[in-house]
Design a protein. Sequence first.
Length: 452
Amino acid sequence: MDPAKLLKYDQRVPRYTSYPTAVQFDPSVGPEQHGRWLQRVGPEQSVSVYLHVPFCNELCWYCGCNTQVGRHDSTFGNYTDLLCREIDMAAEFFSSRPKVTWVHWGGGTPSSIGVDRMARIMAAVQRHCDLLDGAEVAVELDPRVLSLDELARLPRELGVNRASIGVQDFNPRVQAAINRTQPYDLVAAVVARIREEGIADLNLDLMYGLPHQRREDFGDTVDQAITLRPERMTLFGYAHVPWMFSHQNLIKEADLPDGDERLALFDEALRRLEAAGYVHIGLDHFAHPDSELAQAQREGRMHRNFQGYTTDPAPTLLAFGASAISTLPDGFVQNLSAARDYMAAIGESHLATARGVALSDDDRLRARIIERLMCDFEIDLEAICGQFGAEVAQFAPDLERLAPLIDDDLVAVDGWKVRVLDEGRMLVRAACVAFDRYHAPDPERPAHARAI
Ligand code: SF4
């Protein structure tokens, strides 16, 4: 790695979990349009379902999720009732029963509402949708608040077969600085129970760029995570955006690693994960070579959606709960973010749609280009344009925008083929920006995470 070269591109760029990105969503897309778009969810498509639970026992100071502190049974009960009602309301628009291949519970901390309430929500999904054999049911877990008995119920009563645990860093000083005290032994006990219960696919999230992280210590965290033998690990870069998440003000900027140090942390983790046999997948995922994700990546079948890299090919994502974003055949829609606003809207018996964006033909074409670049690190613009009946010559200006990355040997262009070179992988999002017709960064209040 050549830090001086890479750091030139350490700017705020989208994570491209969608295109157009959420920054382009606007309030002109509301509940009525959302309802009309739901009518086009048809039987021929496989469908994914996302269920958002916006409560945590306490806030981690680095958190960039839509969540709030919630500890009251009455709140959990109301939210569960309303989430079920939202599913019932959305289903009134379906033209037939969707076939579900993938369910993801996210948050927040989904298990904070308790397994009984999660089961009620799952029953609401199954009232209106067919959960296909072999469907993936994934849940994000917080080892600090989940009892081992509750954990045991997840596969048995909800069909959970994938779990993800947020670790971030095992170092006590770092954990204190981010308000997330979670010792290795606690995580190891939960992982052991996950295995006993037959959940075969485990992901651990690690995070670099947190306060007080140092290269060697973070390497120790990575080694400890490796001892738990997860099938996948995700290595996120901390995005310090206190103007978007005010609790991040509790993290002192002076304690944060600078660009050079962030690069060194990533490099250390990468080195140790690869030495342990993990394959670097996409921007920030690592997987066993024989895992489904690694296989999908090798075969060009990997996808990227709001949950990051996935093997899930479903073109439609029905998302329920506060702030949840659905991907529908006509466009993206996002629910109201604040739990109380979401609950008030559903309580008034209308969809809680806050904003969205209709997809143009150009959006669909560029979405494919950006997704393939993020997943495969190479694209053949001529072939993709051929699939869309589009004229490839229109991308000549986009290729010109790649010139600095080409000059720095981070990207190679051959005719209409673009390839992100090994040293440029970390900057794949900077390459995607060249194909993003909306990208207009606001230097005062950037909406995106740093490239490194
Ligand atoms: S547990 Fe996860 S969602 Fe909840 S505050 Fe911490 S990081 Fe955010």
